[in-house]
Ligand binder design. Structure first.
Ligand code: FAD
Length: 482
C-alpha cells in the first residue's frame, strides 16, 4: 500500500558515519533533512568493524561537526603505536600512532542522537528500495517500512546515498549524459571477517595495534590485532575477493588456533563485511544525487579504514548541497564542486580535511601501492620490508605520500637490494605512477565536459600500474616461494 508523500531539502540514505556527519552538518546549514535507515534506531552504529580511529578525528568532530565529542562511553581504549609485520615476521616496522578504540554502537548512537536533536527526521526500520526519477533527475526515493511493509514516496531536492559498501541506490543511477560512476569492479573490493575475543590473560602490550602481512592467513590483504581492552582483542582478516567467504573463515580459524594468545578465549562479537578498497568514485554526483562514505569508496585502500573518510565525505556533501540549493541548481553541473573538493586538498585545508585524511589524489596513489603489494609474493614483501621500506616512509606511503621515496638515487638502497634489483625498479616505477596520479587529481576537470579526457589519462595510469605489478601473477609466484 502506498502512503503519504513528503518533501525534504535532502534525503540521506544510511545512518552510518557518512550519513550522520552529512545530516548533522546539513541541519546546521539550515536544510530540512530526512535520514532513512533500515536498522531499528537502537541498532544504529552496530557494525562489524576494527573500531580503530585516528585520535585527530576527535578534534575533527568538534571542529567541523561542532558537536561535543567524545561522549560518555564511546571510547574503549587509547592506542599509542602501530607495528607492521612482514610475512616472515623478521621485519617489524614500528610507527608512532595516536589512536582510539571506539565503542562502535555507542559512537553511532551518539551521532544519530545529535542529528535528531538538530531536527533531522529519522525513518528507522525503513528500507530504501529505489530512486524516483523525473526529467532525468533523481527527485526522491521509495521506502518500505520493514515492520508494516507499507511503501512511501519521499521527495527531495537532493538524495545522498550513504548506505555503505552494498549501496541501496548507486548501481540504479543511470541517467542520460552523466559522468557518474555507478558500478565498481568486484576485484577492487575486499572481504573481511573479524571477532572480538575475551582472552584468558591480559596482553603484555595493550596499547599497540598490530598488522600482519601474510598470504598464509590473509591472501591479498592482511590480518590485524587491535586491543579493545587489556584482555579483549579485536582480531580480523581482510582478503581479496578471489577467496570465497568460507575459505576466508577457514583461514581466520587457522590463525586463531595457531596463535597461543587465543587459547581458551571466548568470542564476544563476530561478523563479516565488504570493504570498497580502491580510489573513490571518479565522479561522485549526478542530477539531484550524491554519494558519500563506503558507497563512494571513500576509504583507505590499504588499511580499509573508512570512518574518517566517510565522515569527511558526508560533511562535504552537506556543504555542497547547501550551496547548490541556495543557487537553485542541483544538476550534475551544480553539484560538480563535490568532485573538485574531494579530488585535491591544495588551498582547501579548511573545507573538511584534517591531517589524518586523504584527498582523492592521495587515495588513488595509495590504491596504486595496494595493487602493487597485493601482487607481490611473500618473498618479495619480505625483501622489500627488509631492504628498502623504512618506518619513516610507511605511514606516509600508506597515505599516498611519495615525498620520502627517491629510491634509485640512493646508492645504499641499491647496494642492499642488489639481489633483487628488478623489484626495486618496479617499485620505483610505482612510486612515479603514484606521483603522476596525485598530479592528475590536482587538475580534476572544472566542469563535466572535460571529464572524459581526464578519465582517459586516469585509466592509462591504472593500466600501467597493473602491468608493472604483474597483476594476476601472485598465486604463481607464491607457489614458487614454497
Ligand atoms: C570488518 C571491518 C573492519 C573495519 N575496521 C575499520 C577500522 O578499524 N577503522 C575504520 O576507520 N574503518 C574500518 N572499517 C571501515 C568502516 O567501517 C567503513 O568505511 C565506514 O563504516 C563507512 O561508513 P558509511 O557510513 O559509509 O557506511 P556504514 O557504516 O556501513 O553505514 C551505512 C548505513 O546504511 C544503512 N543501509 C544500507 N542499506 C540501506 C537501505 N537499503 N535502506 C536504508 N538504510 C540502508 C546500513 O544499515 C548502515 O547503517 C572496517 C570495515 C569492516 C567491514
Amino acid at each position: 500500500m502506498n502512503t503519504i508523500t513528503k518533501e525534504y531539502d535532502i534525503i540521506i540514505i544510511g545512518a552510518g558515519t557518512a550519513g550522520c556527519a552529512c545530516a548533522i552538518h546539513a541541519a546546521k546549514k539550515g536544510l530540512n533533512v530526512a535520514i532513512i535507515e533500515r536498522k531499528e534506531k537502537e541498532k544504529i552504529g552496530d557494525k562489524v568493524c576494527g573500531d580503530l580511529i585516528d585520535y585527530r578525528m576527535i578534534d575533527w568532530i568538534n571542529k567541523y561537526l561542532k558537536i561535543k565529542y567524545p561522549k560518555k562511553g564511546t571510547i574503549n581504549k587509547m592506542i599509542s603505536g602501530m607495528e607492521t609485520y612482514s610475512p616472515d615476521k623478521r621485519s617489524i616496522i614500528k610507527t608512532e600512532f595516536k589512536g582510539v578504540m571506539i565503542d562502535r554502537l555507542k559512537f553511532g548512537q551518539a551521532l544519530i542522537d545529535d542529528a535528531i536533536k538538530l531536527g533531522c527526521k529519522l525513518y528507522s526500520s525503513s528500507i530504501c528500495k529505489e530512486p524516483v526519477i523525473k526529467d532525468n533527475f533523481i527527485s526522491g526515493i521509495k521506502i518500505k517500512d520493514a515492520k508494516t511493509e507499507s511503501v512511501s514516496t519521499l521527495r527531495s531536492k537532493i538524495v545522498v546515498d550513504a548506505s555503505g559498501a552494498i549501496p541501496a541506490l548507486r548501481k540504479k543511477i543511470k541517467l542520460k549524459d552523466s559522468c557518474f560512476e555507478s558500478k565498481i569492479d568486484k576485484k577492487d573490493e575486499a572481504f573481511s571477517y573479524r571477532e572480538i575475543r575475551k582472552l584468558t590473560k591480559p596482553l603484555n602490550d595493550s596499547e599497540t595495534t598490530k598488522i600482519f602481512m601474510s598470504s598464509k592467513y590473509a591472501d591479498g590483504g592482511y590480518y590485524w590485532y587491535f586491543p579493545e581492552k587489556e584482555d579483549v582483542m579485536n582480531v580480523g582478516i581482510g582478503v581479496g575477493r578471489h577467496l570465497d567467504t568460507a575459505s576466508m573463515k577457514k583461514s581466520f580459524l587457522n590463525l586463531i588456533s595457531d596463535d597461543p594468545i587465543f587459547e581458551g578465549s571466548k568470542v564476544i562479537h563476530s561478523g563479516g563485511g565488504i570493504l570498497p578498497t580502491r580510489k573513490h568514485l571518479d565522479c561522485l554526483v549526478a542530477n539531484g544525487f550524491m554519494c558519500a562514505g563506503d558507497s563512494a569508496s571513500q576509504i583507505n585502500p590499504i588499511s580499509g579504514g573508512g570512518i574518517a573518510q566517510s565522515m569527511m565525505g558526508g560533511y562535504m556533501c552537506a556543504n555542497v548541497s547547501a550551496d547548490a540549493i541556495k543557487n537553485g541548481d542541483v544538476s550534475e553541473r551544480g553539484l560538480w564542486q563535490l568532485n573538485i573538493l574531494y579530488a585535491d586538498r591544495t588551498d582547501k585545508e579548511d573545507m573538511g580535511f584534517n591531517s589524518a585524511m586523504f584527498d582523492g589524489g592521495s587515495q588513488a596513489a595509495s590504491d596504486l601501492l595496494k595493487i602493487f603489494t597485493q601482487n607481490q609474493s611473500d618473498k618479495n614483501l619480505n625483501f622489500a620490508m627488509k631492504n628498502f621500506i623504512k618506518s619513516s616512509m610507511l605511514a606516509k606511503m600508506s597515505m599516498g605520500d611519495t615525498s620520502t621515496m627517491p629510491f634509485l638515487k640512493k646508492m645504499k638502497i641499491i647496494a642492499k637490494s642488489i639481489t633483487n634489483l628488478p623489484l626495486l625498479m618496479k617499485f620505483n616505477r610505482i612510486v612515479y605512477l603514484m606521483s603522476s596520479v596525485k598530479n592528475l587529481y590536482k587538475i580534476y576537470p572544472k566542469t563535466p565536459d572535460a571529464f572524459p579526457e581526464w578519465k582517459k589519462r586516469l585509466d592509462s595510469i591504472y593500466e600501467e600500474t597493473y602491468k608493472v605489478s604483474g597483476s594476476g601473477n601472485k598465486q604463481q609466484s607464491n607457489k614458487n616461494d614454497d
